[in-house]
Design a protein. Structure first.
Length: 170
């Protein structure tokens, strides 16, 4: 019995440290929020992926992987990160992948690339969602690109407050 209690107490200590170390108790900061601080830092193809991973996606499943090369980025669906019975037809997964692809294309244009998107480029591989060729171009920023870092999951505690009747944007 004492051994089981020791394991439970030790496990709770390790879990508590992970909660503290990942900034879970301090909503809006810590390692989980680093991508929102640094998504503009890399001017190359990897920077386009930094913007893509901030995309809206179902249940924060982030069911994507990327293959980055100097002049292209390939986007793949990650079948290990599916939400199961919550999305049996993969509709939500495809919407999330589309959001990531949109962020990637916006970031490519802002970084001076002229992106060309090929959807489902490998017919024999249904996980290969897109290939984005990155040719040299002029930097083109947009309000949608500028808003990428503003969208994020609220990991803070739920509140009892109601939704405002004010319909004007914040």
């Amino acid at each position: 019995m004492l051994g089981a209690v020791t394991v439970v107490v030790a496990g709770a200590g390790v879990a508590s440290y992970r909660v503290y170390d990942n900034g879970v108790l301090d909503a809006g900061s810590g390692e989980p929020y680093d991508p929102w601080l640094h998504w503009r830092d890399d001017p190359g193809p990897a920077g386009t992926v930094a913007a893509a991973i901030l995309a809206a996606n179902p249940h924060n499943s982030q069911s994507w992987t990327f293959a980055v090369a100097p002049s292209r980025v390939d986007v793949y669906a990650d079948p290990t990160r599916l939400t199961g019975t919550l999305d049996p037809l993969l509709r939500e997964q495809h919407i999330g992948l589309g959001c990531a692809l949109e962020n990637l294309v916006l970031a490519a244009a802002a970084r001076g690339y002229d992106p060309t998107v090929a959807l489902m480029p490998t017919t024999s591989d249904p996980t290969h969602v897109a290939t984005i060729e990155l040719a040299a171009g002029e930097p083109q920023s947009s309000s949608l690109y500028d808003a990428i870092g503003d969208r994020h999951s609220n990991r803070g505690p739920y509140t009892d407050s109601g939704v405002s009747d004010d319909s004007s944007p914040p």
